[in-house]
Every structure is written in structure tokens, then in C-alpha cells.
Ligand binder design. Structure first.
Ligand SMILES: NC(=O)c1ccc[n+]([C@@H]2O[C@H](COP(=O)([O-])OP(=O)(O)OC[C@H]3O[C@@H](n4cnc5c(N)ncnc54)[C@H](O)[C@@H]3O)[C@@H](O)[C@H]2O)c1
Ligand SMILES: O=c1ccn([C@@H]2O[C@H](COP(=O)(O)OP(=O)(O)O[C@H]3O[C@H](CO)[C@@H](O)[C@H](O)[C@H]3O)[C@@H](O)[C@H]2O)c(=O)[nH]1
Length: 610
């Protein structure tokens, strides 16, 4: 039984988390790690998942997760274990003071609201389990993403099914972690949201949960509000984040046709503090288990509230995402001379983003299905997604799985995937595919700091360039791009935000302050801070200009796998060789120098200079 602490609210000693998935597992690992006096049970009906959590091979890949999990799970000589994984849901519920609901809330695929509404079947079954097992008062916390007012349904079920003398307080505590950066997001959240009723009981329950997080999160970052606002805020956050990506992707289509460069455009608009730089990385389309389902859930809510204009507005965010994926696939077909029949295409990356093994709603899935429909032979490689997971996704989504089985091969390396291929398609921004020397080049031209791509806009056409502070001449490349040097030995000050400036001997004038203002990356953000990562591999190439000096950033790569040797890739591919960069992670100039033709999102197609 929980005791009341000095502030009149219960001190949480035992937590039960229902759902050992991408949210429940990492969240509880962090809670248990940071609060050794709290006993944390993570329960799941899936025995395989629970066994994996207890083993050396955790069921999900997430940077830092193993380190965070092992200490509280296994304990140490001076610290008893306080993190447990079990399938004994009932026993764990009975003993807990506070229960997290971390079960999935996928989109319904049959019946009323099919294709839009959230399926609350797991929420309801978990709620019933709580009601049946609880013999003392419990705080029940919705961590899953749910439609606004779901807490009312939970309360109704609990009071109808639960024992008469047992009281339940329901809180909303939506999770904002992004996969790939989950541990960082959980350790240093931008904010933690706790929604409760404004009754005395509700507020006391909220205070109990605040205390749990206050073990490591500054109290000013823990925001409390009404239950319905908290539930709604989660859907709103995802809708706005997804909307930004669809907006930049819509603009990328215009860039491709006009000669503008979407990375430059995003950079320029992101400098406006009101807009900011995050979640503006144009891509082949957003994936993941959340954006699509949560936006569609919002659409459904608006429809049921008879707000058709609102529904249509948000629906367009998802429509634009579908359009972006189709547009990219069409571009591949059109560049490969309108036929893919029996052509080999390497698909590099299958996860929906880097640093996760999760493939849910990955843009790669629709690309593979489109390529197979065009009769291409597709060779898939992903550093963290195993073959079983890829086949499962394809089996689930393929319109003709027999054909897919015939045409798709899952490869162990990128080189194997690229062998004899006519094209390599980059679907995930894994660091190992990135061939950029630097994150960003900032030059000084006549006292001005310049970020740019098109040499014709700046250069005299002489083909002169600076390298390590020395003016050199070289023939202008036929593609019209030129990379000016990389970080020189005279590496100057390291700036915040991951941008390292290199004031060369000839360019002492760009101050750190100015350079900071130019930084595209604000690495200080937490939730959604993977967006920082998404913003990293921006401009690689720089114009040649006699007046220019080069400022370059730190190398972008930090991946555990070595970077791909694109020269080696070139040696095994069919000619002409294409790279379709769905993430804008490659330096097109460098690849074009190796003989590739590079087609990037939001950048004009064809060989530069054509
Ligand atoms: N994945 C993310 O990055 C993320 C981030 C923020 C919020 N969310 C939200 O969090 C929720 C969970 O997402 P997830 O990705 O962790 O899902 P998941 O599918 O990885 O995990 C859910 C787990 O719940 C288990 N489960 C279902 N019903 C159960 C029951 N009655 N008893 C015990 N276990 C049960 C399942 O077996 C599964 O292992 C969703 O609502 C999602 O929208 C997800
Ligand atoms: O500028 C960007 C940022 C992201 N993406 C793509 O968008 C998708 C989602 O990315 P991200 O938001 O980083 O990952 P998620 O793990 O899906 O996290 C989102 O969904 C979670 C589940 O609700 C929320 O908790 C997080 O706050 C929210 O960022 C991925 O395919 C990314 O590649 C882009 O194309 N451009």
C-alpha cells in the first residue's frame, strides 16, 4: 500500500507498466534507473517480448537502451535490482500503486471509423485487467496516445468492473519520445505533461506522478493541466509536427521543378525564430507508428464532431505524405527510362528513420511495393532491421506477395545489395550512407557569411577554389558544383550546436557569434530533437569563388557501422548508375565525380550543369 507523504499525496513505491513495447520498455528503464527506490514491473502478454527484455538481446534497438536497462534490471553489488519484466500481469497490478497504460492504439482497420479511428481494444482489455485485479486504490496513467476523453471511458469501466471499495484516479501522461533518441528524450524531456481532473483527488494523484519524474526532471519542466487538454495536446503535437514535414515536402516538389534547393529553402525559413529549424527536413515521406495514425485519429474526431473542414485540413497532411512517396517512386521509373522490368534496384535502408529497427509505416515499404509493381528486382539492405521484420512488413502490405517473394532479396551488406544494380535508392538516413565530409559549409564572401549550393550564383566561373585557406585553381566540374575543402588543420573554435567553425588564415572575420547565428542545428532540443539529426546532413557542396574562404563543420558520421565506400559501390553497379536520395544524405557532387547520376528530394534532377 502506498503511504501518504508530507504533501498529502501518495508516494509511489511500486509501478506496473502494461505494455513492454517501444514506449513501456524504455520509459520504465529510465524510471527504474533514476529512481532506485521505486520497484518497477513491466508486464506484457507477449512472452517472447518479455523473455527478450530479460535477455542480452533486448527486443528493440535504441541507442543507450542497453546501458539504461542493465543496471536496474540486473542490479550491482551496491544496488539491488528494481526493474522486472514479467507476464504475470495480475500479480503486478495487485501490488502496484501506479499503473501505466503503454499499450498500442493503432488505427482501426475494420468497422466504424475504419482507416482513421484509434482502435482502443488494447486500452479496454488492459483497463479490464486492472479493474479485475485491483484490491486497493490505484493511480491509472494513460501513456498511450488516445483520443480526447478516453479517460472518461477508462473511469467508467474501472468503476463498473472494479471492486466497490477500490478507487481509481485516472491521469493522462502522454509520451513524446521519438525513436532513435528515446533515451535522450526520456532523460531530458522538453516537457512532461500530466493531465488530471481538478478535484482534490485528481490533483493529489497528479502530484504523486510529478514526484516520480522529479527524481531527475526539473520541476519547471513538468507541466500539469486538465485531463482533456493533456490528451488533446499529444494529438495536437503530432499533427503539427507531421504538418511541418508535409509542408516542406510540398515545397520540395516546387523546388524540383524550379531549380531551388529545398535544403537551402528550409534553412532560410528556419532561421526565422518564429518558424525554427526543426522538423523541416524534406524526405521521401514521414513514417513511424505515430504520425499517420494520430493525424488520422484527429481527422476522425473532427468528422465525428461534424467539423468536415477541420477534418479535410488535417487529412491533407497525410495525403501530401502519400503523394510524396508516389512522386519519388515515379521519379525513379522516369529516370530509369520508364521501365524497371528485370532491372536490379538496391534499396538502402528499410527502417522508418535512422537509429531504430522499427519499420512501421516506413516509406521504404511503399517504395518496394511500387518497384515490384514495375517488375524490378529489389535488393534490400538495412543495418538494424532483420530479414524477418522486412518480410513481415511486405507480407502485410504487398498487393501480390507471391510476386514480391520472387523479386525481393534481403541482403546482408549494402555492397551485396548494390551488386549489378542499375540504381541505389536511399530510403533511410543511416549515417553509413552519408558521404559528406562536413555537416555544413559556411563561407565568407566579401565579409558576408554565405551558405549556398549553386556555384553559378557566386563564382566567376574560373573554377578557383580555396582549400585549407589556400587559393587553388581547378577545372570547373561539369556538374557545376564544387566542394571547397573540408575542416582545415587550423581548426578554430568549436561552437555550440555541433557546428565547428574553421577560421582559415585568410578568414578571421566570421565571429563565433555570427557563425552561431548561421548554425542550422540547435542540438539543445529534446523531444522531437531527432529533428536535429534530420537537419544535420544538409549542404555539402559549396560554390567556388575567388573571394571565398571556407568554414566547415564537424564530420557528420558517428554511426557504428563504417561509412559506405561509394567508389566500391560504383565498381559493382551497372552503368549508367543512379542514386535516388530520398533523404538528402549524400553529397551529390562527390557521387557525380564517381560517375553516379544523383536525384535528390527537393533538388532539380539530371546532371548538374546539364
Ligand atoms: N513508439 C513510439 O515512439 C511512441 C512514442 C510516443 C507515444 N507512443 C504511443 O504509445 C503507445 C504504445 O506504443 P508502442 O510503440 O510502445 O507500442 P508497442 O506495440 O511497441 O507495444 C505495446 C505492447 O502492449 C502489449 N499489450 C497489449 N495489450 C496488452 C494487455 N492487455 N496486457 C499486457 N500487454 C498488452 C503488446 O503485447 C505490446 O508488446 C501507443 O499509443 C503509441 O501511439 C508511441
Ligand atoms: O524533418 C523531418 C523530421 C522527421 N522526418 C520523418 O518523420 C518520421 C517521424 O520522425 P520522428 O518524429 O523523428 O520520429 P517518431 O519516433 O515517429 O516520433 C514522433 O512520434 C512519436 C510518437 O507519438 C512522438 O512521441 C514524437 O514526439 C514524434 O516526433 C520519420 O520517418 C522521419 O524520417 C522527416 O521526414 N523530416
Amino acid at each position: 500500500m502506498a503511504k501518504l507523504n508530507g504533501h498529502g499525496h501518495k508516494q509511489v513505491k511500486r509501478i506496473c507498466c502494461i505494455g513492454a513495447g517501444y514506449v513501456g520498455g524504455p520509459t520504465c528503464a529510465v524510471i527504474a534507473n533514476k529512481a532506485p527506490h521505486i520497484h518497477v514491473d513491466v508486464v506484457d502478454l507477449n512472452e517472447k517480448r518479455i523473455s527478450a527484455w530479460k535477455s542480452d538481446h533486448l527486443p528493440i534497438y535504441e541507442p543507450g537502451l542497453v546501458e539504461m536497462t542493465v543496471l536496474p534490471r540486473d542490479g550491482s553489488p551496491d544496488r539491488p535490482p528494481n526493474l522486472f519484466f514479467t507476464t504475470d500481469v495480475k500479480a503486478s497490478i495487485t501490488k502496484a500503486d501506479l499503473i501505466f497504460l503503454c499499450v498500442a492504439t493503432p488505427t482501426k482497420y475494420t468497422g466504424i471509423g475504419s482507416g482513421r479511428a484509434a482502435d482502443l481494444v488494447y486500452i479496454e482489455s488492459a483497463t479490464r485487467m486492472i479493474a479485475e485485479a485491483a484490491t486497493s486504490d490505484k493511480i491509472v496513467v494513460e501513456k498511450s496516445t488516445v483520443p480526447c476523453k478516453t479517460a472518461a471511458s477508462i473511469r467508467e469501466i474501472l468503476s463498473a468492473v472494479g471492486k466497490p471499495d477500490v478507487h481509481f484516479d485516472i491521469l493522462s501522461n502522454p509520451e513524446f519520445l521519438a525513436e532513435g533518441t528515446a533515451i535522450r528524450n526520456l532523460e531530458q524531456p522538453d516537457r512532461l505533461l500530466i493531465g488530471s481532473l481538478t478535484t482534490d483527488r485528481g490533483l493529489r494523484a497528479a502530484a504523486s506522478l510529478v514526484d516520480v519524474y522529479a527524481e531527475w526532471v526539473p520541476r519547471e519542466r513538468i507541466v500539469t493541466m486538465h485531463l482533456w487538454s493533456s490528451e488533446m495536446a499529444k494529438l495536437a503535437a503530432n499533427a503539427l509536427l507531421a504538418q511541418r514535414i508535409s509542408s516542406i515536402n510540398a515545397l520540395s516538389a516546387i523546388c524540383e521543378s524550379t531549380g531551388a534547393d529545398i535544403d537551402e529553402v528550409a534553412y532560410a525559413v528556419g532561421l526565422d525564430k518564429r518558424i525554427g529549424p526543426k522538423m523541416l527536413k524534406s524526405s521521401v515521406g514521414f513514417g513511424g507508428s505515430c504520425f499517420r495514425k494520430d493525424v488520422l485519429n484527429l481527422v476522425y474526431i473532427a468528422q465525428t464532431l461534424h467539423l468536415p473542414e477541420v477534418a479535410t485540413y488535417w487529412e491533407q497532411v497525410v495525403e501530401m505524405n502519400e503523394y510524396q512517396k508516389q512522386r519519388f517512386s515515379k521519379r525513379i521509373v522516369s529516370c530509369l527510362y520508364t521501365t524497371l522490368t528485370d532491372k536490379r534496384v538496391a534499396l538502402l535502408g528499410f527502417a522508418y528513420k535512422k537509429d531504430t529497427g522499427d519499420t512501421r509505416e516506413s516509406a521504404a515499404i511503399s517504395i518496394v511495393n511500387s518497384l515490384v509493381a514495375e517488375k524490378a528486382d529489389v535488393r534490400i539492405y538495412d543495418p538494424k532491421v532483420d530479414a524477418d521484420a522486412i518480410w513481415m512488413e511486405l507480407q502485410w502490405t504487398s498487393p501480390n506477395f507471391a510476386d514480391t517473394q520472387k523479386r525481393v532479396t534481403v541482403c546482408k551488406t549494402a555492397y551485396e545489395a548494390c551488386e549489378d544494380a542499375h540504381a541505389a535508392v536511399i530510403a533511410t538516413e543511416w549515417d553509413e550512407f552519408n558521404n559528406k565530409d562536413t555537416e555544413v559549409h559556411i563561407r565568407e564572401v566579401n565579409g558576408l557569411a554565405v551558405i549556398g549550393r549553386s556555384p553559378s550564383s557566386y563564382s566567376t566561373g574560373s573554377g578557383m577554389q580555396f582549400s585549407n585557406g589556400t587559393l587553388e585553381t581547378s577545372p570547373a566540374p561539369k556538374n557545376g558544383h564544387r566542394v571547397i575543402g573540408t575542416a582545415s588543420a587550423a581548426d578554430g573554435g568549436h561552437l555550440q550546436d555541433g557546428l565547428s567553425m574553421t577560421p582559415t588564415p585568410t578568414s578571421p572575420t566570421i565571429t563565433k557569434q555570427r557563425a552561431r547565428g548561421l548554425s542550422m542545428y540547435d542540438n539543445s532540443g529534446i523531444n522531437g530533437s531527432n529533428a536535429d539529426e534530420n537537419l544535420k546532413p544538409w549542404m555539402g557542396s559549396q560554390p567556388a569563388s575567388p573571394q571565398a574562404t571556407t568554414h566547415t563543420a564537424k564530420p557528420t558520421h558517428g554511426s557504428k557501422n563504417p561509412r559506405l565506400d561509394w567508389a566500391k559501390v560504383a565498381s559493382v553497379m551497372q552503368k549508367p548508375m543512379f542514386v535516388f536520395d530520398g533523404r538528402n544524405v549524400v553529397d551529390a557532387v562527390k557521387l557525380e565525380d564517381l560517375g553516379f547520376r544523383v536525384e535528390s528530394i527537393g533538388k532539380p534532377g539530371g546532371l548538374r550543369g546539364e
